[in-house]
Structures are given as structure tokens and as C-alpha cells.
Design a protein. Structure first.
Length: 650
């Protein structure tokens, strides 16, 4: 009897569990999509509150980027698309509120829709917004988000997304007077709202534009990469707070992009009751400020120093920590007008104003690379500080081929040179010999040790790695040792190479953001103190001893520099710059040449006995005869003077 009762009880329990399990399957699997859609429709009873984006500041607290309050004219996406279900719901609302017949309510709805579009056109005219273009981009973006959801979840029936029920800013950045004037006309429209918002403002306009960067509307690819979905977060309200929605702003390049997670903040939520009263408000969390190592006052000095009408860049680093104090890339552009001027900027193939030359363009480093070659020769033990090489003007005197010393143009020679003297005279024959003895692979290892094989390391989207040749041919190593051939580097690579020598042969990656992160451990270049001093003395003699390649520039008419500068000149043969003049979507020999000449370099550090700053100056396409010393040297001289005036040299 007992066993029978137990079996009956177990059967009842099994049946109950089976019913519960079936119900769970029905709710979570069979009807899961429908419940999810119903839950997401709850979001239509909430209002999302925008977050203020963090500021970008320089090292002194000057504001480089900030949010300013403004207003946006927003339109319901269902109004934009002419959604029939939405129109019927608006018609019923008008019937209830006005106690009208269906036909009269429909006529009034059509009038209000027309008024809504007229109001948007008026606002667009006031602000100079291309309304049709903006609305087209909005529809494309929302449809792309919807398609991405279908591709991700494979759920065509449940592919509704929040953006299809949202109001979107079709005319942004209205001032208060515009907003008040438009607000007075809203009662005669439908699906339109004037909402508080923020717009990004750049107080210094073009100053440091390549570093600061801009924000722009998030695109579907960015949303796909950055957003969380219901597979990882069940709460749609939390997703709405954290995710990028259509129309949200995101950093596109520069620090705005590199520090996006810190600058963005998190939107708030206002939950509404049926009657429209506030039920609960979760306030928005503002983004955090980002403070840069950059000094805007020094940056202005660099702009004033650079030769008018020339393109190029200047990089200034602090030696102790590798902080970027100034980083100029010319030409520049106004960040506040970036999107208004975008087509003109993008079409400028000649001057390439959006190119961040300091970190995003590779140049042949010319004779500045001889500092790396000297490091390779000494640190590897291939040469000692006393090893001499005889320069007769040519590497192979009996052949007199292309491997010659620059002084051979005057049919002279340098005679016997140590590494220190070779740097002073920038002797090609000495460094060709270094290349011969080191070989391409070992020479390349030292360029990589200086960071040339990687992007400079600031975290900017525009950064590129240098190019270090791997061809084992002997000629490749020779050209590497004098900074020609296929060897390429950015100006920041070269400036940081100089900083590494200045701090006693210790490499540190450069830094652009001031934060609480610990300083990285320095990387030894393998030089003894005696070897470092030999390289430093050679660079000192370049500037301060007769016969040095920059002596005449820095001691013109008996002038003595106020600061003892160590430097290295460089004049790199550079291919002409062409534009796609025949419009075949490639650059070839039939295209027009817009610039030709050499790349002029002067890089170094100061002061000699207590280095505090390192720098690199690059001037593009100088005329033949315009060497690095004669062209870039005077600019470097002014850079050092500006650093002293700003207190960076004591």
C-alpha cells in the first residue's frame, strides 16, 4: 500500500514538474521573442537623458574641447518614415482630444505633419543644416542597425529596434532664441520636440587639431563593435543607458577617439507614469575630463616659428618622462568647421590637411638615423669609441660609385674618423662601413629597439609604424645606416630616439595623457655610459664646433647660443608628390607632380649637460641645396628658445 501511494505521489510530482518545464519552454523559447518585444516597448514610456561629455584639457588646465548646452529639433522616426500604424494612433488621439470625427481628425493630422516638416525646414535654414541629407543619413543608419540585429540574432519577426520608436535630432545645435521661437509653434505639429542637448566646442579651433580630434555620429559598424546585446545584458534599460543609439556622438579620431571610454559618460533615464508625471529619475553620469601633456602656449609658439607656406611638423618631448609638450602638424584645419569643410579637406590631395604628419606620415629620416647606426655599432661591440674609419670621399675609391660622402661633391675627404667625429661631420663613408659590418638584420634590430618598428604609442588612430627594411643585400644595410632607401620613420619616432640618447641610452614610449598610471620601466639600449657620452659629444659638436654640419647656422656672425644644443642634421632624398590628376584612382608616373625636393631634418636635445627636452623638426620638399642644417636648423634654434621661455629648460 505504501509503495503504491509513493508511486502515485512521484507521478503527480513528475507531472507538475513537466507542466512547469513546458511553461518555461513556452515563455522563454517559444514566446521569448514576443516577451522581449513587449519588454522593450516599456522603454517607450521612458525618456533618455543625455550625458555631458568630459573636457579635454592641456597640462596647464586650458580647455581644448568641451560640451556647450544647446537644443535639438527632434522628429519621431515613425513620422519620418510615414508609419501607418503610428499615423492611425495619432489620428485616434486627435479624435479623443478634439472630439472630432475620423475624417476631420485625419485632415488635421495631415496638416500637423506638414507643419512639422515646415518647422524642421525653418530650423535647418537658421542653422545651415542640409535637412534632406541629414534625414537620408538617419534613415540609412537606422536601417543598417536593424539589419545588423537580424544578421546577429536571425530574428526577422522580432527585429524591431529602439531607434524605430525614438525621436532623432534632425536639426542639431539650436541656440536658446531659436529654440524658444520654435517651441511656440509645436502645438500645431505632431511628432516634433525641442530637446536640451550639447554640442562639442573647440575653443582653440585649429590649434593641435590633429591631436584633439572631433566627435561625430556613431555608425552601425561602431555600434556593432561596442554595444552590448540581450545575450550579455537582459535589462533593456541598462542596455539603453550604456549602448550607443542612433544619433549618439562618438570620438572619430585624435584624443576624442583614443579616450572615448573616459570622455563619454552614461546617459540617464526618466521613467514616466501614464499621466506623464515623473516616477523616477536616474541622473546621467558626466564623462571624465582628460588632461594632456600638451602645452597650448608652446603649441602656439611652434605654429608661429614654422616657415610660412611650408608643410611639415615639429615634435617636442620632455626627456625625463617622454611627455609630448608640443606636436605641430601643418597645414591645420578648424575643428569647429570640420564637417562643414569636410569635402574641401578631403579633396585637397596637394597639402593633405587632415594628415597628422607627426605620427601618421613616414619620412626617410636622412642622417638623423646615423644616431641609431652609431648606437648599433657601439652597443653591439662591432666598433669601439676609438675605432677609426678612413673617409676618402667614397666607400670604394677605385669605383667612385653612388656610395660616396657628401663632401665628395667638393672632391674632398674626411680622413680618419672615430664615431664621435663621424657624427659631427655626418660622414656617409663611416656609416656605410657600419652598415657593411652590421648587416641588415642586426641593423634592423637596433631600429626596432628604438621603437621604429611599432606605432609611436600615443594611442591615436592616425599612428603608423616605421618601415624597417629586411632585404639582406649589403646595399640595404648601408642605406639604412644613413637613413635612406626603404627606411622610414615618423617625426615622433625620431624625436623619441633623441630623447632616449639624452636620458643616457634608455628608451621610454612617449606619452600624451596625464593620468595616475605608473611610468613604464625604461628599456636599455645596451650602451655603456662611455658610449652614450661619445654619441652625445658628437651631437654637441654638430652644433658647437667648427666643421659641424650645423655650426654656421647656430653661430652666425659670431652669435653664441643661449642654450647648449646637441643635434643632428638630415637631408633625405624624397620621391616627388603627385596627385591623381588623370583620375584613374591611383598615383602613377603620368600624374602631375605638385611638390618635389628633399626632406629637411634637424633633431636633437637640450641642454647638453642636463637634457630636459628633445625635439624633431621636419620641413617637406625643400629645394635642392636646402639642407637640413640650413633649412630646419634655424627653426630648431627657435624651438629651443621657446622651450626656455616657457620654462621647460632651466
Amino acid at each position: 500500500m505504501y509503495k503504491r501511494r509513493l508511486k502515485i505521489f512521484m507521478a503527480i510530482m513528475a507531472l507538475a514538474f513537466a507542466v512547469i518545464f513546458a511553461r518555461l519552454v513556452q515563455l522563454q523559447i517559444i514566446q521569448g521573442d514576443e516577451h522581449r518585444r513587449q519588454y522593450e516597448r516599456l522603454l517607450q514610456k521612458t525618456e533618455l537623458l543625455p550625458a555631458v561629455r568630459g573636457r579635454i584639457l592641456d597640462r596647464t588646465g586650458s580647455i581644448l574641447a568641451m560640451d556647450l548646452p544647446c537644443y535639438d529639433l527632434c522628429m519621431d522616426y515613425r513620422l519620418i518614415k510615414g508609419d501607418l500604424r503610428w499615423q492611425r494612433s495619432q489620428q485616434r488621439r486627435i479624435m479623443r482630444e478634439g472630439k472630432l470625427e475620423a475624417q476631420a481628425a485625419l485632415a488635421l493630422l495631415h496638416q500637423r505633419v506638414a507643419n512639422a516638416w515646415q518647422l524642421a525646414r525653418t530650423a535647418a535654414q537658421w542653422t545651415g543644416t542640409d535637412l534632406d541629407k541629414r534625414v537620408s543619413k538617419l534613415v540609412f543608419r537606422v536601417e543598417a542597425i536593424r539589419q545588423a540585429r537580424i544578421d546577429r540574432l536571425g530574428d526577422v519577426a522580432g527585429s524591431e529596434i529602439r531607434e524605430e520608436f525614438d525621436s532623432h535630432a534632425v536639426v542639431p545645435a539650436l541656440d536658446e532664441a531659436m529654440a524658444v521661437a520654435l517651441q511656440a509653434q509645436l502645438d500645431d505639429t505632431v511628432g516634433v520636440a525641442i530637446r536640451p542637448s550639447n554640442r562639442r566646442h573647440y575653443p582653440f579651433a585649429a590649434l593641435a587639431c590633429h591631436i584633439v580630434g572631433v566627435t561625430g555620429q556613431v555608425n552601425p559598424a561602431e555600434q556593432e563593435m561596442l554595444n552590448i546585446d540581450e545575450r550579455h545584458e537582459d535589462d533593456p534599460l541598462e542596455r539603453a543607458r550604456r549602448n550607443y543609439l542612433g544619433g549618439d556622438m562618438i570620438g572619430k579620431f585624435g584624443v576624442e577617439r583614443a579616450c572615448e571610454s573616459r570622455l563619454r559618460g552614461q546617459r540617464g533615464i526618466r521613467r514616466l507614469e501614464r499621466g506623464g508625471r515623473d516616477e523616477q529619475v536616474d541622473p546621467a553620469l558626466p564623462g571624465r575630463d582628460v588632461r594632456l601633456t600638451l602645452d597650448t602656449a608652446l603649441q602656439k609658439d611652434l605654429e608661429a616659428i614654422f616657415p610660412a607656406g611650408s608643410n611639415g611638423c615639429i615634435v617636442v618631448l620632455s626627456v625625463p618622462r617622454g611627455e609630448v609638450l608640443g606636436m605641430l602638424s601643418l597645414p591645420t584645419f578648424d575643428l569647429n568647421r570640420y564637417y562643414a569643410d569636410y569635402e574641401l579637406l578631403a579633396e585637397d590631395q596637394k597639402d593633405l590637411p587632415t594628415l597628422h604628419r607627426a605620427v601618421g606620415k613616414r619620412y626617410p629620416p636622412g642622417s638623423t638615423a646615423k644616431v641609431v647606426a652609431a648606437t648599433a655599432a657601439l652597443a653591439s661591440g662591432t666598433f669601439t669609441t676609438g675605432t677609426t674609419v678612413h673617409c676618402s670621399g667614397y666607400l670604394f675609391p677605385n669605383v667612385r660609385d653612388r656610395f660616396r660622402c657628401w663632401i665628395a661633391k667638393q672632391y674632398g675627404s674626411h680622413g680618419d674618423l672615430t664615431c664621435e667625429e663621424a657624427i659631427k661631420h655626418s660622414c656617409n663613408v663611416f656609416f656605410y662601413t657600419v652598415g657593411n659590418r652590421m648587416g641588415t638584420r642586426r641593423m634592423g634590430d637596433y631600429f626596432r629597439l628604438f621603437g621604429f618598428g611599432d606605432p609611436p604609442g600615443l594611442g591615436l588612430r592616425s599612428e603608423v609604424a616605421g618601415n624597417i627594411p629586411t632585404d639582406p643585400h649589403a646595399g640595404t644595410a648601408r642605406f639604412m645606416a644613413i637613413g635612406q632607401g626603404a627606411l622610414e620613420a615618423t617625426p615622433l619616432h625620431v624625436a623619441n630616439m633623441m630623447a632616449s640618447i639624452a636620458r643616457g641610452g634608455a628608451f621610454l614610449p612617449p606619452r600624451l595623457v596625464l593620468d595616475d598610471s605608473p611610468d613604464p620601466a625604461p628599456r636599455s639600449l645596451g650602451l655603456s655610459s662611455q658610449q652614450v657620452q661619445a654619441i652625445q659629444r658628437g651631437m654637441y659638436k654638430v652644433v658647437n664646433e667648427r666643421g659641424g654640419t650645423a655650426y654656421k647656422v647656430f653661430h652666425a656672425e659670431g652669435e653664441e647660443p643661449e642654450v647648449e644644443i646637441c643635434g643632428k642634421t638630415g637631408t633625405a632624398q624624397t620621391a616627388p608628390q603627385r596627385i591623381d590628376s588623370n583620375q584613374n584612382d591611383r598615383i602613377d608616373l603620368e600624374d602631375d607632380i605638385v611638390y618635389q625636393g628633399d626632406t629637411a631634418w634637424f633633431a636633437g636635445f637640450a641642454p647638453y649637460r642636463n637634457p630636459q627636452i628633445a625635439f624633431a623638426v621636419v620641413i617637406e620638399y625643400v629645394e635642392k641645396g636646402g639642407s637640413g642644417g640650413r633649412t630646419a636648423g634655424p627653426v630648431a634654434k627657435k624651438v629651443v628658445a621657446a622651450c626656455k621661455a616657457r620654462g621647460y629648460i632651466k
